[in-house]
Design a protein around this ligand. Sequence first.
Ligand SMILES: Cc1cc2nc3c(=O)[nH]c(=O)nc-3n(C[C@H](O)[C@H](O)[C@H](O)COP(=O)(O)O)c2cc1C
Length: 171
Amino acid sequence: MNILVLNGSPRPCDNTAALVDSFTEEARGAGHQVSIFQIGNKDIRGCKKCDACRATLDGNCAQKDDMQEIYPAMRSCEMLVIASPIYYYSLTGQTHCAIERIYAFERLPKLKKAALLLTAGGSGFTSAIQTYKDAVIGHMGAKDLGIVKTVGSQFKSATAQNQIREIVRKI
Ligand SMILES: Cc1cc2nc3c(=O)[nH]c(=O)nc-3n(C[C@H](O)[C@H](O)[C@H](O)COP(=O)(O)O)c2cc1C
């Protein structure tokens, strides 16, 4: 399966990246193709609703920012993994902006499955999970393969690793 992972942390080598690395190692080991985009430190703006995309609904967004690198991978992905730290009780701003910009497709054309990987210092997963469930599972019609929530150093825990293994097993 062709898998797209969006890491919404601005820190490329820290907690969320550790979950992404574990997922990627498991998924590649199982023979899947995984593309990772470190979106947390990219120039990704929110949708402006100019509606230029509505003519094709094929990821042709008028905003020429770093989303342009990601649209081709979005066009072909069959599974979307959203990885994000919790910032102020939600996904990071860049993660949310990238989800908004899927508007340029309305729904990803090949998307069948999805998963959510979250890290936090303490609490506040509710809104991030709701956004994922409403936007990716509900609106885009992907099947949820699992949600991993980690607090503090739990991203290294056997529980998190087992949950990731279980997601990959279900692909
Ligand atoms: C701006 C900001 C807001 C944060 N808000 C929350 C929060 O609401 N709840 C929480 O538990 N942790 C919060 N954190 C902590 C991060 O979610 C946590 O440290 C996370 O694992 C960092 O991921 P990273 O290492 O991939 O950057 C916040 C951190 C920052 C920088």
